[in-house]
Design a protein around this ligand. Structure first.
Ligand code: FAD
Length: 375
């Protein structure tokens, strides 16, 4: 496949580059500062209003109906300009597109796409992470409303969310994954408490716990049919595991480039071990870039992704952690030094857990791709 820009793609790239010169919010990296999370809502809206967000989604929900190449151009140019990445809401959009009714899509998707409504994903619970089907949050029908009670944890963006996509048990009498339904729950109401969870790198605004105590949710806020929550969750997590969805390949390329420039400025300051760590990060970042390019090529040929998302997630995790190791090795951890690189390293630890742990991805690769017997 030819990865060069077609004339209209080149024109789009030039327009975006010019727009970024005026509109780059110059936020610190997501892994290093709460200021990033505080500014993300405004950044999403600004990107959308500029015509650079939602490139591939249908026009009726506020997208532009273009090919995935435009998302790749956006990711590349944002990373090259040191601008924040595209806010990652794609997995929610894809989940609602696939499982929501026409009315549900009309109600919820435009606000997610244009950034006016901020959403979080209430799947995990204290005793239901990898074993998500064991979740205990329950929703009981009362007239034309459900009453929701439960405890969600590790809920990204819950700090500033207007809505939460909540998985809850609506039928306790069927096998566990068949009794789950999905709801769009408005976050600003009595009975919902959000408690921030500080991360090891000092970030306090990225995620939290959310407690639901007798919260009333209109029955028509259910996304999909009763019992369709598990299928929706699988759609959402499979999209969450794609590196290109998150624009991560471009971000790693930029981090590695910054580290290479740092070494080039004072090459005698670095020993062979540090250079080896950096070399490994360069190799991993390039490998991920090529893998993402192949996925893009497949997507343009109409190939839909399946369990291969687990492989993508593993590759992305290896890359993030190789880049984090290089950041720590080359950037240093002296208390006197700027701790940005240390924070990049620390954030990399989360990558092997969020969106499904590396052990679970390996199980999925073994069972669904290699067709080995179930563990
Ligand atoms: C930064 C970050 C953001 C997140 N954002 C969200 C969010 O927005 N919404 C949300 O709902 N959740 C979110 N999560 C939660 C995430 O999905 C869970 O942490 C993850 O699924 C693991 O669940 P757990 O933490 O309960 O660990 P557990 O499931 O308790 O796992 C503990 C350990 O046991 C291993 N293990 C468990 N079962 C098996 C098995 N069958 N085979 C082999 N090993 C196994 C795991 O790999 C892990 O090492 C986020 C997590 C992080 C770190």
């Amino acid at each position: 496949m030819d990865f060069g820009d077609a004339p209209e793609e080149a024109a789009f790239r030039i327009r975006l580059r010019a727009w970024l010169e005026e509109n780059n919010p110059r936020l610190p990296a997501s892994s290093t500062d709460d200021e990033y999370w505080a500014g993300q809502r405004a950044w999403h809206q600004s990107l959308y209003d500029g015509g650079f967000f939602g490139m591939t989604w249908p026009m009726e929900i506020g997208g532009q109906g273009l090919s995935s190449i435009y998302d790749v151009i956006v990711d590349e140019e944002l990373a090259a300009a040191g601008a924040p990445p595209r806010p990652s809401v794609g997995y929610l959009v894809e989940g609602i597109i696939e499982h929501g009714s026409v009315e549900t899509k009309r109600r919820f998707l435009p606000g997610i796409v244009n950034g006016r409504d901020r959403w979080c994903q209430g799947f995990s619970e204290p005793d239901a992470g990898s074993d998500l089907a064991a979740l205990r949050t329950r929703a009981e029908l009362d007239g034309d409303e459900y009453i929701l009670t439960g405890h969600k944890i590790w809920t990204s963006y819950s700090d500033d969310a207007d809505w939460c996509l909540v998985l809850a048990r609506t039928d306790p009498d069927v096998v566990k994954h068949k009794g789950i339904s999905a709801f769009a729950v408005p976050m600003h109401q009595l009975g919902i408490e959000q408690r921030p969870l500080p991360m090891i790198n000092g970030i306090t605004k990225e995620f939290g716990e959310v407690l639901f105590e007798g919260v009333r949710v209109a029955a028509d806020n259910m996304i999909g049919a009763p019992g369709e929550g598990w299928a929706l969750a699988m759609t959402v997590v499979s999209h969450e595991r794609e590196p290109q969805q998150l624009g991560f390949a471009g971000r790693y390329k930029k981090l590695v480039k910054d580290l290479v420039e740092q070494v080039r400025r004072e090459p005698d300051e670095y020993d062979a071990d540090q250079l080896r760590d950096l070399a490994w990060a360069i190799v991993e970042a390039d490998m991920l870039r090529l893998h993402v390019s192949r996925r893009l090529s497949e997507r343009l040929d109409g190939v839909t992704h399946g369990p291969g998302g687990s492989l993508d997630k593993l590759l992305m995790t290896w890359t993030e952690q190789a880049v984090g190791n290089a950041a720590l090795s080359v950037g240093g951890i002296s208390p006197a030094a700027d701790d940005t690189w240390l924070k990049v390293y620390l954030y990399g630890r989360a990558q092997s857990v969020m969106g499904g742990t590396s052990q679970i991805q390996r199980n999925l690769v073994a069972e669904r791709i290699l067709l080995l017997p179930a563990s």
